[in-house]
Design a binder for this molecule. Structure first.
Ligand code: ZN
Ligand code: ZN
Length: 292
């Protein structure tokens, strides 16, 4: 039995990838250690690029600043689907690091969206997201604000010619419907893809990228592995969503971009292809998705 301190400790460095890849979705601002340490550790195992994702106004500003300061970091900016209703209605149990907030009404949401729009124009900002729908954490009272915010982000992404990064939790049908109604941007990424093989075929037909996180290694995630198996190779991406979703066998311990090789190897095994060939495809796909 590992001691409890081992159970909470950072997992060991995996064997380096021979072909470098990008972590297509991470939250460096929620990880321990400095940005420089996190990037160096990732680069030491072949994860040479990261996409830093903003979830609120302050986090999006930080993502843009961090990408401006580091060649290997690209930024995306947005109000998370659970953030939009909080801005409008307030939320005493807020999970964001900003904590509880007074309700600000629709005007506050417009103001926050205006800042996201301003940031989206910056050259180091390669995407708008994570946005989308989350019916797991947001209840019916927040649905209207959430969907309105999602539509606004789609419009911002299209106007600036940036990638759209989708967060879809328990909301597959409505996410696909809103994308269809608004017209998806040219480059759309389903982050932490959570659909099944049937939805992967729908995404493939629409040309949406599918980014797989560490949960693809979980025992109960056969639906995700089925999706990996049918997704076109040229639409596959890999991500950590760190500090969340640490891949097996390190589930529950802190995640960070340096653990990408664990998930890359799991994806290669599901597809039955060579690790280097998969890594080359993932690297090219991420660059194409985010236009860098
Ligand atoms: Zn997400
Ligand atoms: Zn995320």
């Amino acid at each position: 039995m590992p001691s409890s301190s081992e159970k909470n400790a950072a997992p060991p460095l995996p064997e380096p990838l021979r072909v470098p890849v990008a972590d297509s979705h991470t939250h460096l601002d929620m990880q321990s250690g400095t940005v420089e340490e996190g990037l160096a550790k990732a680069a030491s195992v072949g994860v040479t690029t990261v996409v830093q994702v903003g979830c609120d106004v302050r986090g999006s500003q930080w993502a843009a600043e961090t990408a401006a300061a580091h060649e290997s970091v690209h930024a995306t900016v947005a109000l998370h689907p659970n953030e939009a209703p909080r801005i409008v209605h307030g939320d005493p149990d807020g999970w964001s690091r900003q904590g509880a907030r007074q309700p600000g009404g629709a005007g506050a949401l417009d103001e926050a969206l205006a800042e996201i729009d301003r940031l989206a124009a910056l050259p180091q900002v390669k995407g708008v997201g994570e946005t989308g729908l989350d019916y797991f954490r947001t209840g019916p009272e927040g649905k209207e604000a959430q969907e309105g915010s999602f539509r606004a982000h789609i419009e911002i992404a299209k106007r600036h010619g940036k990638a759209l990064v989708i967060h879809d939790r328990d909301a597959h049908a409505d996410v696909l419907r809103v994308l269809k109604e608004e017209g998806a941007p040219e480059r759309t990424v389903f982050h932490c893809y959570s659909g099944d093989a049937e939805m992967a075929e729908i995404c493939a037909r629409a040309g949406y990228f599918m980014s797989f996180a560490g949960n693809v290694t979980f025992k109960n995630a056969q639906n995700l592995r089925d999706a990996v198996a049918v997704a076109p190779l040229e639409l596959l991406l890999v991500e950590t969503d760190a500090p969340f979703l640490t891949p097996a066998p390190y589930r529950g311990r802190p995640n960070a971009p340096y653990l990408i090789p664990v998930t890359v190897r799991a994806l290669a095994a599901v597809r039955g292809i060579d690790e280097d060939a998969l890594a080359s495809a993932l690297a090219a796909n991420t660059a194409r998705a985010f236009g860098y």
